[in-house]
Design a protein around this ligand. Structure first.
Ligand code: ADP
Ligand code: ZN
Length: 222
């Protein structure tokens, strides 16, 4: 089953994707994680990607689409994937349909996460990520803290704050970009009949883990 996570930054896409991935055994494919791994390893791709990401801009499709295509062709992706951070534009969504159609697949489910804006900013400032690039678990110092402060539960590596989560200007730029470029995808997938919208909010006590549990239950029930 091919699942896409939609939702603004800080809605918990990575958290939901991670839980579903663990439960179903399908890989979580995050373009942001792929870029960050390359940036930390200073690969050619990483250097180019960083010049866009550090300013809060999108990495061009000529770079992003082939990376996703290659990743989807890997063996562990054959039964299903959870895409987190791709597609981000209508153009990318159309490309993804083409890539999947070539191998007789399609987008089966799009989980659209909605969170009140005041909670979003708070969450981005309290987000922490595992520094181990093979692990990349995400935490939140308030909502989903690690058992030991500053240490990853899964692998024991230190946690850190992402550079683009520290800078309020970059945060705002990303939220604006989301509204402009990514939110049209909601309508795109609604028309295809695969959209599932879920509110993630402390105010209603409905968090990423709850959404993941409900989705997994529904997938297994099918
Ligand atoms: P966030 O959703 O919090 O911005 P991500 O980890 O998804 O973080 O992505 C980090 C950055 O990587 C984005 O701000 C963007 O610059 C770049 N990026 C990730 N995915 C894509 C994509 N599908 N297309 C273009 N750029 C991307
Ligand atoms: Zn870890």
């Amino acid at each position: 089953m091919n699942i896409i996570m939609l939702g603004a930054q800080g809605t918990g896409k990575g958290t939901v994707a991670g839980f579903i991935s663990q439960e179903m055994g399908w890989p979580q494919i995050s373009t942001g994680d792929i870029f960050r791994k390359n940036i930390s390893e200073k690969t050619e791709l990483g250097i180019i990607a960083d010049s866009y990401i550090s300013k809060g801009n999108l990495v061009p499709d000529e770079i992003t689409v082939p990376i996703v295509k290659k990743r989807l062709a890997e063996d562990d992706a054959k039964n299903g994937v959870i895409l987190d951070g791709f597609p981000r534009t209508i153009a990318q969504a159309e490309k993804l349909d083409e890539i999947l159609a070539e191998v007789g697949k399609k987008v089966d489910l799009v989980i659209n996460l909605v969170t009140p804006k005041e909670e979003i900013i708070e969450r981005m400032l309290t987000r922490r990520v595992c520094t181990n690039q093979e692990c990349k678990a995400t935490y939140n110092t308030k909502l989903h803290p690690p058992k030991v402060e500053g240490i990853c539960d899964k692998c024991g590596a230190p946690l850190k704050q992402r550079d683009d989560d520290k800078d309020p200007e970059a945060i705002n730029r990303r939220l604006e970009l989301y509204e402009e470029k990514t939110s049209p995808l909601i309508e795109f997938y609604k028309q295809k009949g695969v959209l599932r919208t879920e509110t993630v909010s402390v105010a209603i006590n409905h968090l990423g883990k709850d959404v993941a549990d409900e989705v997994v239950r529904d997938i297994r029930g099918n």
